[in-house]
Design a protein around this ligand. Structure first.
Ligand SMILES: [Zn+2]
Length: 213
């Protein structure tokens, strides 16, 4: 398996490329920016992009998705509960002080329990609302890998003070969905360093028993 994560754009969103050497198929998660870098990586590894997945509708995660689709023809998946985030893209761009990126509607909604991915490497979609209403995580079972978007970070959790955010909901998502995964699960968050479910279960202040937000 080819697995590459690098920060993109002014907010340093973690973009992840997952590919298979055997089939030459790839998926890209959260192409917020740096589309030329993503295309160069795909070309260097002779990968054909099959799927673009966006963990939620914030500009730093979805900002390059339309450009990447245009360059590769790969369809975009986003949970339909985050369509209101796309309608607010001008406002999101204003907060960052950047021009509004071209946005296209997703080709398919990433629904809870759905199986997505490429030949040989599939993930189960976990709908984990709280950071936004349509936030998702991707769990690759055999690979023991979680792409967590902005729901869980090393030592922290996603902010819930933006439109669509809900602090009770994110705690419920974390406890009922992510903390049911095994301690060994390798976590690649939407920003910052990688971690594991076990590490976060033990030391993340937001995940301790009795915490309320
Ligand atoms: Zn976000």
């Amino acid at each position: 398996m080819i697995l590459e994560t690098f920060p993109v754009g002014p907010l340093q969103c973690n973009c992840t490329i997952l590919g298979d050497e055997g089939t030459g198929e790839a998926m890209v998660v959260d192409p917020g920016d740096n589309i030329p870098q993503i295309l160069t990586f795909l070309a260097q590894h002779k990968l054909t992009l099959k799927q673009i997945v966006v963990t939620h509708g914030h500009i730093d995660h979805i900002g390059g998705a339309a450009r990447l689709k245009k360059a590769t023809g790969a369809p975009i998946m986003l949970n339909q509960n985050d369509l209101p985030q796309l309608a607010m893209m001008d406002q999101q761009a204003d907060w960052l002080g950047v021009p509004t990126p071209e946005i296209v509607l997703p080709d398919q909604s990433a629904e809870d329990g759905g199986i997505i991915g490429i030949a040989g490497h599939t993930a189960r979609i976990l709908h984990t609302p709280g950071h936004t209403e349509g936030s998702i995580c991707l769990h690759f079972g055999p690979e023991n890998l979680l792409l967590a978007g902005d729901t869980l970070f090393a030592g922290s959790i996603g902010r819930t003070d933006l439109p669509g955010g809900d602090s009770r909901q994110i705690l419920r998502s974390l406890r009922e969905s992510l903390l049911t995964l095994s301690d060994e699960t390798h976590v690649i968050p939407g920003h910052g360093p990688a971690t594991t479910i076990g590490e976060e279960r033990d030391s993340n202040p937001y995940l301790q028993p009795g915490v309320r937000l």
